[in-house]
Unconditional design. Sequence first.
Length: 400
Amino acid sequence: MQEFPRYLYRAPFVVTGNGRVIADGAVLTENGLVAAVGSYADLKDVDAQVEDYEGHVITPALVNCHAHLELSYLAGLPGDCPAPGDMVGWIRGLLAARAAHGDVAAQNDASLMALARLYAGGCRAVADIGNREESGLIGGGFKTEVLFFLELLGLCGDSENAALAALAGIDADVRCTAHAPYSAGSALIRALKARAGHALFPMHVAESAQEVEFLRTGSGPFADFLTERGVPVAAFTPPGMGAVRYLDSLGVLDKHTLCVHSVHVEDDEISLLATRGAAVCICPGSNRFMGVGVAPVQKMLAHGIPLVLGTDSLASNPHLSLWWEMQVLREDHPDLPPEVVFAMASVNGARLLGIEDRIGALAPGVSSSLLAVRCPAKTEAEVLDYLTSIGTEISLEWLE
Ligand SMILES: [Zn+2]
């Protein structure tokens, strides 16, 4: 008996992550890695233990490019937006719920359960944003890799200065990022981006019309809310432009910047994102929950902007499932090719997080922790259509 058994996983279909579907496909694994991918006919003579997955499709693991595991304990607690798109109203609910549920141990338990839920849904890596540095430890020992980013806020005056002072004391190996253009001032955003260097820099950008109103005029619901919170809004000089154009004016848009949400962007801002090489993380489920609108995905694709998918947190999404995100994305954009949608949930995300050599595609040399998804499809065309529209009805098991 070999010390490291080789397995040949066979299924009616194998999906590579790049949109390729192989009928009567097979994946040869060895020493924890994929050794070969192809048709069963081509691979059947290799010396390996055959595992037959009739009625399934074998896919790469999925990658979630935006979540807040730290907010998992607030699942459902902020409630719905008071009105569609009223993000400020929802944030008020979030802060009230947070104040009423301060037990850190219970919060950590909820984060761990959320991480287990992601794994059960086939997610192998997640870019996670939190406000407590210790939340960066949450992924230890889990098979779903957590790339944690400590998020800083401080719009102007004392709050921005305090964030800058705190930043100076954070260990260099902790990834840090800014929350959003309406909650982090220009000096803080610039300092965080400079600190990130050539590493990924995710930031919430243009999520709601209320955000853009505040950036353009300095007034509206966000101004009222910040004033209520004691932020000296008069000390903030509104840039008088949309969120993407504003970030570009700060010099922080480049190929390492990940603009999360990006729902309310003008056509010229889409061109700007493309010119700078910035990527966009679409969060269809959260956007639907908040009623903030639908991101201009087709235009972004036409401009060649790298697109990935994120769930956001359980506080703004009843599900923590990339299958749900794919389903909502296709409902919002019925013309999107299913292979493009599947790539957003798998190989595109892995590429963005810098782990594509290990996860997200199905190719020789990547991790052999793959998914066997129950799938009734009879033709190659039906397979990706099924995978990107089944949502939370998905039934899968890990091959590893
Ligand atoms: Zn978020």
